[in-house]
Design a binder for this molecule. Structure first.
Ligand SMILES: [Fe+2]
Length: 384
């Protein structure tokens, strides 16, 4: 009999499917918004993905200004800059268009506008007030920021990449439209898709996982194993893009409840100190952390192997679990991910400070295998 009690809360309303992004004007009006700040980055804007959103907002009578100063790893100063812009136009809400960085920046601005202070003030602290209304429109199938309570920033002064987590850090609405990902280049499709795989695999094996989250996470793994290589090879394949968007949604809702393990705890310092893109850092670390965790979660990793399409019939459970690690390694090679962290600019002398930062993550205690400092060091070394 189950004795554990779970609190389940999914804070964002989600509209999913081709054409969802075009509903942004109606969504903004339904939230009572007449003036919004659109938060994005120059790459997304340059790819023309913002134009249709602006038109849809204007057609609904919503006035909009664009802030496109978010970088690939969002820094606290960018959010302060963006907040000044929001205040200058007296915006009532935020529309964030892009991958994880613009969405995290948009969600960060939305809560700072009502709570005051700086992002760093909320590390380990509650965020008491509801944010300004926000609408997130992802342009990658990877981060899941549109459906999570999490935002992640780098403090350029200390290199610390820190996360905040609260229902007040969630988007009010998410418009999840595979159309927005059709022109995403292969390398970014691969890196972001492997971020989604990392979320799902970590969620599935987290100590915070339970039946509901595991169902979603396992289906996300199945979809990614089947469709990510297709999306990378044929970017305009609508079915592949649609399936990847669904996988990202499932994995995001799963890990928003279950939380993660040490892959993200270790990848954030890699990005914080060395600037490595988030998805690439996760992809490189994932098989190393899986190999470390296999002895403590054989049944779960064996399931992951099967979800990734490995025929495990005739294998012992331990062997099937190892096969999951091998499958992820092979997927990395197939999708052009660098073999090790050294190729991503990480040097041996960064390991000590990266380890300090990794150990600050609340996800360390949710890892299926107990983790000591020397374990983190050894995994970083092995992944170099
Ligand atoms: Fe991630």
């Amino acid at each position: 009999m189950l004795t554990q009690r779970y609190l389940f809360r999914q804070p964002s309303f989600v509209t999913y499917g081709f054409g969802a992004a075009g509903l942004v004007g109606e969504e903004a009006r339904s939230l009572g918004l007449e003036r919004v700040l659109l938060v994005t980055d120059k790459g997304v804007r340059g790819a023309g993905l913002v134009d249709g959103i602006v038109q849809a907002l204007q057609a609904a009578g919503v006035s909009v200004e664009i802030y496109d100063g978010v970088g690939p790893n969002p820094e606290t100063v960018m959010v302060e800059d963006c907040l000044a812009r929001l205040r200058a136009m007296d915006a009532q809400g935020v529309v964030a268009v892009g991958g994880g960085s613009p969405m995290d920046a948009g969600k960060g601005v939305a809560f700072l506008a009502t709570n005051g202070g700086r992002l760093q003030d909320y590390i380990g602290q509650p965020i008491p007030k509801a944010p300004l209304p926000s609408i997130c429109i992802p342009t990658t199938a990877g981060t899941s920021s549109e459906v999570t309570n999490n935002i992640v920033f780098t403090d350029p002064g200390s290199h610390l990449k820190f996360g905040l987590s609260s229902p007040n850090c969630a988007a009010t609405r998410a418009l999840v439209d595979p159309e927005m990902t059709l022109t995403l280049p292969p390398a970014i499709t691969a890196a972001t898709g492997l971020d989604a795989l990392t979320h799902a695999a970590e969620s599935y094996t987290s100590k915070g996982a339970y039946d509901f989250t595991q169902s979603l996470a396992l289906d996300a793994i199945r979809l990614i194993g089947r469709w990510l290589p297709v999306a990378v090879a044929q970017g305009d394949n609508r079915e592949a893009r649609e399936r990847m968007m669904m996988a990202c949604l499932e994995g995001g809702i799963a890990f928003n409840q279950s939380r993660l393990t040490i892959v993200h705890a270790m990848s954030h310092p890699v990005s914080g100190w060395c600037g490595t893109p988030h998805g690439v850092a996760n992809a490189v670390l994932l098989p190393h952390v899986m190999a470390f965790n296999v002895p403590y979660a054989e049944a779960e990793f064996a399931e992951i192997a099967r979800a990734l399409g490995v025929d495990t019939s005739g294998m012992a459970e331990a062997q099937a679990a190892e096969a999951a690690v091998e499958r992820v390694r092979a997927l990395n090679v197939e999708l052009g991910i660098p073999e090790g962290l050294a190729a991503c600019g990480v040097t041996e002398d960064a390991i000590d400070k990266m380890t300090d930062d990794a150990l600050k993550s609340g996800n360390v205690r949710l890892n299926p295998r107990p983790v000591a400092r020397e374990d983190i060091v050894a995994i970083y070394r092995g992944a170099l």
